[in-house]
Design a protein around this ligand. Structure first.
Ligand code: G6P
Length: 766
C-alpha cells in the first residue's frame, strides 16, 4: 500500500475510534442529564399539585380537583395527569390519558402502598413516556389516593439523535481535513524530496551528475542527507580514482594517486604501523552553540598527503588538541577515530596548558625558530622559559607517542616540523627499534645565522636522533649538514648526505612537498568554469577590473605582502594606464596574532593597502582588495581560476604551496605566476616570472610583463609547470619520504630491540 494511503487510512481509523469513544461517553452523559431534568420537572409539578389537590381530596371536593388538573395539564411536554382515590378510582384525568389510564396504573399502586414517590420511563404504543407517581395523605398522614404525572419523553431521543448526527458530521469534516493536510505534507515534504533525491542518486549512479553537485533539499531527513552525501562523495572519489588508475595503466605512467600511495606504503610497512606527529591536528572540534561540536579541517596539504596512508594501515596521528570542544569528543586516553565521516585511523590529542602553549608554540617555535630559520629581518627571540616549555612539550608528545607505540614492533614514525626538534632523540632513546624521520617544512639557515641560537647543540643533537631528516630542497640539507659540522662531534659523508654520530647514522635528503594535482575536467567545462569564477568574484567583490591579480597567504612577515602592495603602487605610478584596469586581491588569513609582530603586521599591511587605495581609487574601482579572513580551499579556487596573475613574493619560504596550487588550478593553461626566487617552489617552477621580492621596481615590471604576456607564451609556460606538478604531486612526496624511511637499516641497538619486541609479542600471542 502506498505511504499516503497507509497514513490516511491509519488517521481515519484513529479518528473514528477516538470520536466513537468520546461520542458514546457524551451520549450517556447527555441522556442521563436530560432524564434527570425531566424527573426534576415532574417532581416540581408533583409538589405543586400535591399542595393543591391534597386539601380538596381530604374535603371530597371532586370538582375542585378536576379544575386543578385542567389548570396544570398544559405545562410543557406534559402528556397528562390523573388523580386516583385510595380505591384506584380516577377522580380527575386529562383527556389524553383517558384511554390508557382508566385503571389505576401499577406504578401508583406501588407508590401508594409504599408511601413513596416513584419515577420511571415506560414504552407505550411506541411512545416513550415518563411516569411520576406521588402518594397523597391527609393532615394525619392517612392515605387519600395518588397522582400520576405523565411526560412525553420522545423529545430526549430525538435531541440525542440530533447530537449524534452533529458529532458524526464534525468527525467527518475532521477526517477529511486531516487527510487532506496529510496528503499535502506527504507530497511536499516527503514524496517531493525523496523523488528529487532518488533522481539525484540515479543521475549520480549513471554518471550524469557533475562532481560536487549539491544534494537536493532533504530537509526532513538531515541524518539521511548527511549519509547520502558522504556516500555520494565516496562513490565519486572511488570512481575518479578507478578511472585515473585505468588511464594510468593504459598510459603505463607512474603517476602517484592517493590509492597507489596507500597500497604502496602498506606493503612497505610490512605489517608495522605508521605514527605521525604534528603540532596542528587534522581535525579540530569547535563549540557550536547547542548544535554540538563542529569539525574544522585546517587547510593543510599535510592532511591530504598523509591521511590515505594512515587510513590504509590504521595508523595514529598525534597532535595538540587545540579546539575548544576537543576534549568533549575523545575517550579516556584522549583518542578518537577519524575521519569523522568514515573512521579509519586514530587521532591522539595531547593537551597543553596555556603556559606550555605560550612558551613552546608561540614562544620558542614561532618567535625563536621561525624567524631564525627564515632570516626575514625579524629578530629571533630566545627566552629560557620558552626553551624549557619547548623541551617539556616535546617530552609530552614523546610520552604520548611511546604510549601509543607500546604494542607495535618496529613502528614507523614521521615527525612534522620545527615544533619537534628534540623529539627524535627522545623517541629513539625509549624505542631504538622505531624508524624515525623528521620533516622540516621551513628553510634551514646558513650555519652563521643558525649559530646565534643559544641551544643550537641541543637542537641538532635532538634532530640527529632521527634516522632520516627531510627538507624541501638540497640547499637546506647542505645548510643543516654544515651546521652539524660546525657544532657537533660527528662524521659527515657528503657523498651520501649522512651524519654518523655515536654509532648512529642519520640521512639528510630533500623531499619537495607538493599539492594534489586535480583531474582535468572535459574541455567544454574548462572555459565555463573560468567564466563562472569571474562572475562569482564580480558578484562577491563588486568589482569588474580588466586585469585581476591574486595573492593567498597567512599574514606572516616572511610572505612579503607589504612588498607586493608597494609593487602595485609602483606599477600604477609608472604605468598609469593600469589605473581603473588592474586590481590585486590579497587573501590574508590572520595567523599567530597573539604574537605582537604578527598582530602589528596585520595592522601595518591594512594601513598600507588603505593608503595606496586612497591614492589611486576612482569610482568603485580600487587597486587593492585585502580580504582578511580564513578562506577554505573551495573558496580560493575561483580566485585562482579568474586571476590573470598570482603573486608569491615570500622573503624566504621552505616551499610555498600557493604557487603550486595556483598552477594546479589552471586547467585552462592560462595565467602567470610571479614567484619569489627565495621560495623552494622556484627550483621546480622555473617557468614562473621569477622576482627578487626586495626589489619593488622589479616586481612592478614583472606584473606588467605578466599582464602583457601573449597567450601562447602563457600557455607554454603553464603547460610545462603543470607537467612538473602532475608528476611531482603530494602523494609522490609522501611515498618517497616513507619509502626511504622504511628502508632505513636500524643500527645494532635498534635491531636487537626489535627482535626482543617480536619475541615478547610472540610470547604474548601464544
Ligand atoms: C607553516 C609551518 C607549518 C604550520 C603552518 C601554519 O607552513 O611549516 O608547520 O602548520 O605554517 O601555521 P600554524 O602555526 O597556524 O600551524
Amino acid at each position: 500500500m502506498r505511504l499516503s494511503l497507509r497514513l490516511v487510512v491509519s488517521l481515519v481509523l484513529g479518528i473514528t475510534l477516538v470520536s466513537t469513544l468520546f461520542t458514546y461517553y457524551e451520549y450517556r452523559e447527555e441522556k442521563g442529564r436530560r432524564e434527570a431534568e425531566l424527573e426534576k420537572r415532574a417532581a416540581d409539578i408533583g409538589e405543586s399539585l400535591q399542595q393543591a389537590v391534597q386539601p380538596a381530596l381530604a374535603n371530597g371536593q371532586r370538582r375542585v380537583i378536576t379544575r386543578i388538573v385542567e389548570k396544570f395539564s398544559n405545562r410543557e411536554s406534559l402528556a397528562g395527569l390523573a388523580v386516583y382515590d385510595t380505591q384506584g378510582v380516577p377522580l380527575a384525568i386529562t383527556p389524553q390519558l383517558q384511554d390508557r389510564f382508566v385503571a389505576e396504573p401499577e406504578i401508583l399502586k406501588t407508590a401508594v402502598a409504599n408511601s413513596k414517590v416513584i419515577g420511571q420511563f415506560a414504552q407505550m404504543q411506541d411512545v416513550t413516556l415518563h411516569l411520576y407517581a406521588l402518594p397523597l395523605h391527609d393532615e394525619d398522614g392517612r392515605p387519600l389516593g395518588g397522582i400520576v404525572i405523565v411526560h412525553d419523553a420522545t423529545f430526549i431521543e430525538s435531541e440525542l439523535k440530533d447530537m449524534l448526527r452533529n458529532t458524526f458530521l464534525h468527525a467527518l469534516v475532521q477526517m477529511l481535513t486531516v487527510s487532506l493536510i496529510t496528503l499535502i505534507i506527504v507530497r511536499l515534504s516527503i514524496q517531493g524530496p525523496v523523488t528529487r533525491a532518488a533522481q539525484w542518486m540515479k543521475a549520480l549512479r549513471t554518471g550524469r551528475l557533475t562532481p560536487h553537485a549539491a544534494i537536493p533539499d532533504f530537509d526532513l531527513f538531515p541524518p539521511l542527507a548527511y549519509e547520502v552525501e558522504n556516500f555520494a562523495n565516496s562513490l565519486q572519489a572511488a570512481r575518479a580514482s578507478a578511472s585515473a588508475e585505468a588511464r594510468l595503466r593504459l598510459m603505463a605512467e607512474s603517476s602517484w594517486t592517493a590509492e597507489r600511495l596507500a597500497v604502496f606504503v602498506k606493503e612497505k610497512l610490512q605489517g608495522s604501523r605508521l605514527f605521525v606527529i604534528s603540532n596542528r591536528e587534522p581535525y579540530i572540534h569547535q563549540k557550536n552553540g547547542d548544535k554540538g561540536p563542529k569539525v574544522v579541517v585546517p587547510a593543510s596539504g599535510l592532511v591530504t598527503a598523509l591521511e590515505p596512508i594512515l587510513c590504509a594501515c590504521d595508523g595514529t596521528w598525534i597532535a595538540h588538541g587545540s579546539g575548544d570542544a576537543d576534549r568533549s569528543v575523545v575517550d579516556s586516553h584522549s583518542r578518537l577515530r577519524v575521519p569523522p565521516t568514515e573512521p579509519k585511523y586514530t587521532l591522539r590529542r595531547v593537551w597543553l596548558t596555556k603556559e606550555e602553549e605560550d612558551g613552546y608554540y608561540y614562544g620558542f617555535a614561532n618567535e625563536g625558530l621561525w624567524p631564525l630559520c627564515h632570516i626575514a629581518h625579524t629578530r629571533p627571540l630566545f627566552r629560557i622559559q620558552d626553551w624549557e616549555h619547548y623541551r617539556s612539550a616535546n617530552q609530552k608528545f614523546a610520552d604520548a607517542l611511546i604510549d601509543e607505540m607500546s604494542f607495535t614492533v618496529s613502528p614507523v614514525v614521521l615527525l612534522q616540523d620545527y615544533h619537534f626538534a628534540l623529539l627524535p632523540r627522545m623517541i629513539k632513546r625509549a624505542r631504538p627499534d622505531a624508524k624515525v624521520a623528521i620533516f622540516w617544512h621551513i628553510p634551514w639557515p646558513n650555519p652563521e645565522a643558525f649559530s646565534i641560537c643559544p641551544w643550537q647543540t641541543e637542537l641538532l643533537d635532538g634532530m640527529l636522533g632521527a634516522d632520516l631528516i627531510g627538507f624541501h630542497i638540497q640547499s637546506h640539507c647542505n645548510n643543516f649538514l654544515e651546521s652539524v659540522d660546525r657544532t657537533l662531534e660527528s662524521r659527515i659523508e657528503w657523498d651520501h648526505f649522512t651524519v654518523k654520530r655515536e654509532n648512529h647514522i642519520t640521512a639528510v635528503h630533500p623531499y619537495p612537498i607538493s599539492v594534489v594535482f586535480p583531474e582535468v575536467p572535459p574541455s567544454s567545462l574548462v572555459e565555463k568554469n573560468v567564466t563562472m569564477a569571474k562572475a562569482a568574484l564580480r558578484k562577491q567583490l563588486g568589482i569588474d577590473p580588466l586585469f585581476l591579480g591574486v595573492g593567498v597567504d597567512r599574514v606572516d612577515y616572511t610572505k612579503g605582502i607589504l612588498e607586493r602592495f608597494l609593487a602595485v603602487e609602483k606599477l600604477l605610478e609608472s604605468q598609469p594606464a593600469y589605473i581603473g584596469q588592474f586590481t590585486f586581491v590579497q587573501i590574508g588569513s590572520p595567523s599567530r596574532t597573539q604574537i605582537k609582530r604578527y598582530h602589528d603586521l596585520l595592522e601595518e599591511t591594512s594601513l598600507e593597502a588603505e593608503r595606496i587605495n586612497k591614492r589611486f581609487q576612482a569610482g568603485s574601482w580600487r587597486p587593492i582588495v585585502f580580504l582578511k579572513h580564513q578562506h577554505s580551499h573551495q573558496e580560493i579556487q575561483p580566485f585562482y581560476k579568474a586571476a590573470d596573475l598570482c603573486m608569491v613574493t615570500s622573503l624566504h619560504d621552505g616551499m610555498n604551496l600557493v604557487a603550486k596550487e595556483f598552477v594546479a588550478a589552471r586547467d585552462d593553461e592560462h595565467g602567470v605566476l610571479v614567484l619569489s626566487q627565495f621560495t623552494g617552489a622556484s627550483r621546480e617552477l622555473q617557468d614562473a616570472v621569477i622576482v627578487n621580492p626586495y626589489d619593488i621596481g622589479q616586481i612592478a615590471k614583472s606584473i606588467h610583463l605578466a599582464l602583457t604576456m601573449d597567450n601562447a607564451e602563457q600557455q607554454a609556460r603553464m603547460r610545462r609547470m603543470r607537467k612538473t606538478l602532475k608528476e611531482q604531486n603530494v602523494y609522490r612526496w609522501a611515498g618517497n619520504l616513507i619509502t626511504d624511511l622504511c628502508e632505513v637499516r636500524l643500527d645494532a641497538n635498534g635491531a636487537i630491540h626489535a627482535l626482543e619486541n617480536k619475541d615478547q609479542d610472540f610470547a604474548q600471542a601464544s
